[in-house]
Design a protein around this ligand. Structure first.
Ligand code: UDX
Ligand code: UDX
Length: 451
């Protein structure tokens, strides 16, 4: 058992702390967000993460997991993880203010021989900066290790407990050994490198996954033009073990708190250091274009978006999370509203308040049925299971027009077509090119509420 502290208990730090406690370590969580800490203390998780509350309950009842909303006089942990947020600034550089604050506060309170571990995604070279900061604040020897996380929101507990690898970067081999021991019961391979290489592994991994998604989204656009089915293309590609089947789902493109921030930060780092990240720039452009392509196709299908009523199903950036940071669903909703559409949005987990804080151009509805009534189109933007199982056929006649845009290729298009919908999707022949258009005859237009 090792005494650990985790500073920054959000989607990454909160899960890491609970999992370390589950592995038998004593973990003190420190976060300046008093509401978050107060909630954690009750065993409730401030974030929607499957399996986390069970771990919190065990950690708290065993006494291995404690929470504070301020720094103690002295941190008696041997190893302190920094998992504070590192948001992107306007031009893409990662904002390190939270990391600086956390390292300065922690370094002053540590015993000689302690270790500071960067878990947050930080620009390449930050570990060296942290080492210098720690030395300035505390003359005693404090080692620094980079230990990037590879946790997907919605499966973070599973990803922590079954990692493909543990990446550890440091100038101090004994520090690497001590941090590696924390994970020893997970029996995962340890990749031991220098700090900068560890930091780059994180960025390069996220950038590659984002590249894979932008690649399949570009292939989807070509499939649409040439009449191929991108989901079958992905299936055929994925059987090649050099490619693999995962992260080849065409859709609205990638969002969340990591890919957008990390790909832009890597591109920015490359640019300011004199290299030209053409591929990363294209990966970003393709992704931004994905939402615009959906807007264009809806505009054509509805003969213009002004005054059209559109229901967006899902606000979270993907299913199984309540995170709406850089959500493609919300970006799509805002783009549709910009063209005069009246946009309703529903999500089974994200609260009305969170959505309204993030977007003033949508009307949050409490049910799919409410949102479908009078709608000219419905868009599946987040593949929540509740939506995949919903009986849309029974609510079709309440819609003004039966246009269903499956922006996640997650629905049974034939079934929706058979129920009288005009089924649209991404990169498949069942798009509007082959499905009979809803002819905008005057009678249909009048039905649709047109003047
Ligand atoms: C964060 C980083 O954003 C991400 O780049 C990195 O890979 C992992 O850590 P996340 O956990 O999603 O991701 O951030 P967030 O959910 O915002 O949690 C950060 C926490 O740090 C917040 O609870 C915030 O209150 C806390 N914090 C921030 C501190 O405790 N102290 C600070 O000085 C700043
Ligand atoms: C990602 C990385 O996967 C994880 O390793 C890292 O630590 C943090 O960033 P996360 O952002 O939680 O995790 O979600 P992920 O499951 O990777 O999805 C990212 C985005 O890509 C989502 O918007 C998702 O909808 C989208 N996506 C994912 C696709 O569009 N197609 C796919 O095939 C997979």
């Amino acid at each position: 058992m090792t005494r650990i502290a985790v500073v920054g208990c959000g989607y990454v730090g909160g899960v890491s702390a609970a999992c370390f406690a589950e592995l038998g370590h004593s973990v003190e969580c420190i976060d300046i967000n008093t509401e978050r800490i107060a909630l954690y203390r009750t065993g409730k998780s401030p974030i929607h993460e499957p399996g986390l509350e069970e771990l919190l309950a065990r950690g708290i009842s065993s006494g291995r997991l404690t929470f504070r909303d301020c720094y103690p006089e002295f941190i008696d942990a041997e190893i302190v993880f920094i998992a504070v947020n590192t948001p992107g600034s306007s031009e893409g550089a990662a904002d390190l203010r939270a990391v600086r604050d956390a390292v300065t506060s922690v370094a002053a309170r540590l015993a000689p021989g302690s270790i500071i571990v960067n878990k947050s995604t930080v620009p390449i070279g930050t570990g060296d900066l942290v080492e210098g900061m720690a030395r300035r604040v505390n003359a005693e020897r404090i080692s620094v290790v980079s230990n990037p996380e590879f946790l997907r929101e919605g499966s973070a507990v599973a990803d922590f407990m079954r990692p493909d690898r543990i990446v550890l970067g440091s100038n101090d081999p004994s520090a690497v050994e001590r941090v590696a021991r924390l994970y020893s019961s997970l029996e995962a391979p340890v990749v031991q490198v220098d700090i900068r290489t560890a930091e780059m592994i994180k960025y390069a991994s996220n950038a590659f996954l984002a590249t894979k998604i932008s690649f399949i989204n570009e292939i989807a656009a070509i499939c649409e033009a040439l009449g191929a089915d991108v989901t079958e293309v992905a299936r055929g590609m994925g059987m090649d073990d050099r490619i693999g089947p995962r992260f080849l789902a065409a859709g609205l493109g990638w969002g969340g708190s990591c890919f957008p921030k990390d790909v832009r930060a890597l591109s920015h780092m490359a640019s300011v250091h004199g290299t030209h990240p053409q591929l990363l720039r294209s990966v970003i452009d393709i992704n931004n274009g994905q939402r615009l392509r959906v807007v264009g196709r809806l505009r054509n299908a509805l003969d213009g978006l002004d005054s059209k009523r559109i229901l967006i199903l899902g606000a979270a950036f993907k299913s199984d999370t309540d995170d709406i940071r850089n959500s493609p669903a919300l970006e799509l909703a805002n783009l549709l509203a910009l063209e005069g559409a009246s946009v309703a949005i529903a999500d089974p987990v994200v609260s009305r308040i969170r959505i309204e804080q993030e977007s003033t151009s949508v009307n949050v509805v409490d049910s799919v049925t409410e949102g479908l009534s009078g709608a000219h189109a419905v868009v599946l933007a987040t593949d929540w299971p509740e939506y995949l199982a919903f009986d849309f056929a029974s609510a079709r006649t309440s819609m003004a027009l039966p246009v269903f845009f499956d922006a996640r290729n997650a629905m049974d298009g034939d079934r929706l077509n058979a129920s009288g919908f005009t089924y649209m999707c991404i990169g498949r022949p069942a798009s509007e090119a082959t499905v009979p258009q809803v002819a905008m005859t005057p009678a249909v237009y009048a039905l649709a509420g047109g003047s």
